[in-house]
Write a protein that binds this ligand. Structure first.
Ligand SMILES: [Ca+2]
Ligand SMILES: [Ca+2]
Ligand SMILES: [Ca+2]
Ligand SMILES: [Ca+2]
Ligand SMILES: [Zn+2]
Length: 460
């Protein structure tokens, strides 16, 4: 039933205005109204109610009385809804078990009536899993989740980004930073993209990523249009937001709803070194601006995000030298996994080359790579330096990627990482990965994964 607007003076519908509770009609089996709030404006006063049934609030209903201060005229806006086929308002399920059905920490839970022809008694549970409040309706008879909705508004925006970076996009190893000059990079290196899951605040703040810093230094657009060129410091914020959000959407699409499923904290402001890092104590990624601004290269973004992903999967991951090396290797490989969807693998700019754009500032050999995922580095050639030793791991994963493709290899590795210890060894992590491949896809695929690790000299 749609809410009706009734002017009291002409009202023939039988709604008693002066009494509380209001008399119910047959078509509207309400048993009362519950006071919600009072608002005072210049011309009138406004008293809001919610409809009740059996003493429980009816979801989505409202009833408001506006009284004109000058004339005393009363106007009613009746948003009561029919409650059909419901006689009992005693729950069969406890509030605790309803709260267990929700995501995150429950902050409020109350019995309510979900109206309609077949109305239901439900628990309305408000909870927060770290990215804004979520409302869950749990059937108070069966305990089934009827509906989950985010109370935070989301918006899509648009922006210009590098994806993954100008060198790979243009297949041009001759590009240089030129001190952040717009003229150093042709317009064809930019891609116009959708920026999804924004919270609508006008900042680059959303479901999976949020840029932090002083407001005056953060990109802002009332219309969620973030079109900058690289000399503008807002530009790398857009690249970072987009790269992290697209990665999380990809992870979700693989079926993982609990891998760093939150608004990852990011900053691109105030760190002048040619370095970037993930700080697990703050769960925050910081991008430096030395040489090519690090966040102008989405592969640097994805590498750092790799650390955040592993830390989200295994609290404190990377506490030993070998596990730290696995962390670096995974980060490089994750950059490759993400890039493989947006760039061509060519002899000039091979997919195995990581951070092709950031690396033009500190490498002379072409292709310019921070590191590669296709080196021959063996387990016996470990130096104890985690980025060096990480190449052992990234190469093994690269071989798995080549055999299985993007989605299947990503699914195996992400699932396997849940079972890694924080200080795992190459051998233990490799074995866990092989077993995960076996459980997901069977013996033949497990053997393929095992071969990739064995080729690096890892005992598996
Ligand atoms: Ca820049
Ligand atoms: Ca995180
Ligand atoms: Ca840099
Ligand atoms: Ca690359
Ligand atoms: Zn790293």
């Amino acid at each position: 039933m749609r809410p009706r607007r009734i002017v009291a003076a002409a009202c023939t519908a039988g709604v008693a205005l002066s009494l509380f509770p209001i008399t119910a009609q047959a078509a509207q089996p309400n048993d009362g109204l519950q006071f919600v709030g009072f608002r005072d404006s210049v011309l009138a006063s406004h008293t809001w109610y919610v409809q009740t049934f059996g003493g429980k609030p009816v979801l989505g209903s409202y009833f408001v009385r506006h009284i004109d201060k000058k004339t005393g005229a009363v106007t009613v806006d009746d948003g009561r809804i029919a409650v059909g086929n419901l006689s009992d308002v005693t729950p069969d399920v406890s509030v605790e078990s309803a709260q267990e059905k929700t995501r995150g920490v429950p902050s409020d839970a109350k019995l309510a009536v979900l109206p309609g022809a077949d109305a239901k008694l439900v628990y309305e549970v408000i909870s927060d899993a770290g990215r804004g409040s979520v409302r869950t309706l749990v059937d108070a008879s069966s305990g089934a989740v009827i509906k989950t909705e985010e109370l935070v508004k989301r918006a899509d925006g648009t922006g210009k980004v590098f994806s993954p970076n100008p060198v790979a996009t243009l297949q041009n190893e001759g590009l240089v930073d030129a001190n952040d000059a717009d003229s150093a990079v042709p317009a064809t290196a930019y891609k116009s993209v959708k920026l999804s899951d924004l919270d609508g605040s006008g900042y680059l703040k959303g479901k999976y990523a949020q840029l932090l810093g002083a407001k005056s230094k953060l990109a802002y657009s009332k219309t969620n249009a973030f079109n900058y060129t690289r000399n503008n410091d807002f530009f790398e914020q857009v690249v970072a937001y987009h790269a992290v959000t697209e990665s999380q959407r990809y992870v979700q699409g693989l079926g993982f709803t609990n891998v760093n499923n939150e608004a990852q904290d990011i900053t691109t402001i105030g760190y002048a070194d040619d370095n970037s890092f993930y700080d697990p104590s703050k769960d925050k990624i910081t991008f430096g601006t030395g040489g090519v601004d690090d966040a102008e290269d989405a592969e640097v973004v994805w590498h750092e995000l790799g650390h955040a992903i592993q830390d989200a999967q295994v609290p404190g991951f990377g506490s030993g030298t070998e596990s730290g090396s696995i962390g670096e290797g995974f980060g490089d490989w994750w950059a490759l996994i993400m890039s493989s969807a947006v760039q061509q693998d060519t002899a000039t700019t091979p997919l195995a080359c990581i951070a092709d754009w950031d690396a033009v500032s500190y490498t002379t050999a072409r292709p310019h790579c921070l590191r590669r995922t296709d080196t021959e580095t063996k387990y016996s050639e470990r130096t104890g330096e985690v980025h060096h030793d990480g190449q052992i791991w990234s190469r093994a994963l690269f071989d798995v990627f080549k055999k299985f493709g993007r989605d299947k290899s990503a699914k195996i590795v992400l699932e396997a990482q849940f079972s890694y210890s924080p200080n795992t060894s190459f051998s233990a992590a490799a074995k866990a990965t092989v077993e995960t491949a076996r459980k997901l896809y069977g013996d033949a695929d497990a053997t393929t994964v095992k071969t990739a690790f064995a080729a690096r000299g890892i005992a598996v």
